[in-house]
Write a protein that binds this ligand. Structure first.
Ligand SMILES: *Cc1c(COP(=O)(O)O)cnc(C)c1O
Length: 410
């Protein structure tokens, strides 16, 4: 048997849609955690404090607010598990991630016959997926029209669709759910910790799921934040759902939420990790110290500088999220987006292409909220364009423009 050499993973500049550029203080908290089991007093205290901090991040009094062990899709799996076979649902697809969410929804709403007919991409008649073109936002009017037509039990939308970099209309979604009596479910993976909003302002949305490593700035595979309103919990308590690990009500017990109340003594659900608890605790502390409103304003400011810089280099931006710029190359380089991204990634500059058609470039600024970080990203991107023959790119002028934008704001 071969004994492999010890695995060494290099440091890269994580400038994609997520995972973000993890804060060194979060990594330090992970590495500094002692070895402790999942019922040790400080681990339990950390989990209870995380629960409190998540309520602050989400802007909610929902008792059922906690972390699902895993990645964003673990939290989404938990939230979507309340959908049972035969339930009617309208779901909006405007990019890679809402597309995968719609697949999850079709799986969960399928009968045994639907699954047998197409195990991975079942097409149950009770699920209505509304396909919205890539690069377009879901509007309140679209939601209103679809809910009026189908009168579903549930409605689903991604708040910020990271695949195409588009913000969907949360207020319009909430209003349409209220008007048509649908229970709203939201993928808040990309917006939590970036946008300044309180979920309690959207009472027709009963379930929310986010992720550890985007706006929350924790490590991947730690905790996906979720929050459930009483109306959601009542349905799960009445009808059940087909999961143990990601069960929305059973999972909450280990966070000290039992029968809708915060309790002192949590109940074992699964073996939680002291490292995950320590690092997410630090990530949430850093976010709350920064402040929800200030953080949102800082993202908007830094994104506008990145957007203007790539536009000055001839790129065409089609996104409106504040943590991510999605764009096409100038006409002279059109069609070479993937090649440019691959070249950057090979040099440790980890930007991304879109994962579903059309091919575009995505550059993210998660935890890159400084003049140095934005200048570094733009400088490396300019180098990559120059290397591909974009001779009209004036790197010095673009970097100079960034310097004056920061100087004006100071
Ligand atoms: C990243 C993302 C996901 C998936 O999160 P994972 O952590 O990769 O499981 C789901 N939805 C949206 C909107 C995302 O941006």
């Amino acid at each position: 048997m071969t004994i492999f050499p010890q695995l060494v993973i290099p440091d890269t500049l994580a400038a994609g849609p997520g995972p973000g550029n993890t804060d060194p203080r979060v990594l330090a908290a992970f590495a500094a955690s002692g070895v402790a089991d999942h019922m040790q007093a400080d681990v339990i205290r950390g989990m209870k404090e995380i629960k409190q901090m998540l309520r602050e991040m989400f802007g909610t009094t929902n008792a059922y607010t906690y972390g699902v062990a895993g990645t964003g899709f673990s939290g989404l799996d938990c939230m979507l598990s309340a959908i049972l076979p035969g339930d009617t649902i309208v779901a909006f697809n405007n990019g890679t991630f809402s597309g995968i969410d719609c697949q999850t929804i079709r799986m969960k709403a399928s009968s045994a016959e639907d699954l047998a007919a197409n195990p991975v991409q079942p097409q149950p008649a009770n699920v209505h997926v509304i396909d919205v073109p890539h690069g377009t936002s879901v509007t309140g009017e679209m939601v209103d029209a679809a809910l009026a037509e189908h009168k579903p039990m549930w409605a689903f939308m991604a708040h910020w669709e990271t695949g195409s970099g588009r913000i969907n209309d949360l207020a319009g979604f909430n209003d349409a759910c209220e008007k048509h009596g649908a229970l709203g479910l939201i993928d808040a993976v990309s917006s939590l910790g970036i946008a300044d909003y309180s979920i309690d302002d959207y009472p027709a949305v009963v379930g929310w799921a986010s992720c550890p490593q985007k706006g929350v700035l924790g490590l991947p595979l730690t905790y996906a934040p979720v929050s459930f309103a009483d109306a959601y919990v009542d349905i799960v308590n009445k009808r059940g759902c087909r999961t143990y690990v990601n069960h929305p009500v059973l999972g909450a017990r280990h966070w000290g939420v039992i029968d809708g109340q915060d309790v002192d003594a949590p109940a074992y659900h699964q073996t939680h990790s002291c490292y995950a608890v320590a690092s997410v605790h630090e990530a949430l502390r850093l976010s709350l110290i920064h402040g929800r409103a200030q953080k949102a304003a800082d993202y908007a400011f830094h994104e506008s500088i990145l957007r203007d810089a790539v536009s000055a280099m001839g790129c065409k931006v089609t996104s409106n999220m504040t943590s991510l710029v999605v764009m096409n190359l100038p006409d002279a380089l059109a069609g070479r987006e993937k090649e440019l991204v691959q070249g950057c990634r090979a040099e440790g500059f980890a930007i991304w292409p879109t994962l579903s058609e059309p091919v575009q470039i995505r550059i993210g600024i998660l935890n890159q909220l400084s003049e140095d970080a934005i200048s570094d990203i733009v400088g490396r991107f300019a180098d990559a364009m120059l290397k591909m023959g974009a001779n009209d790119v004036n790197k010095d002028a673009v970097l100079g423009q960034i310097r004056s934008r920061f100087a004006e704001a100071a």
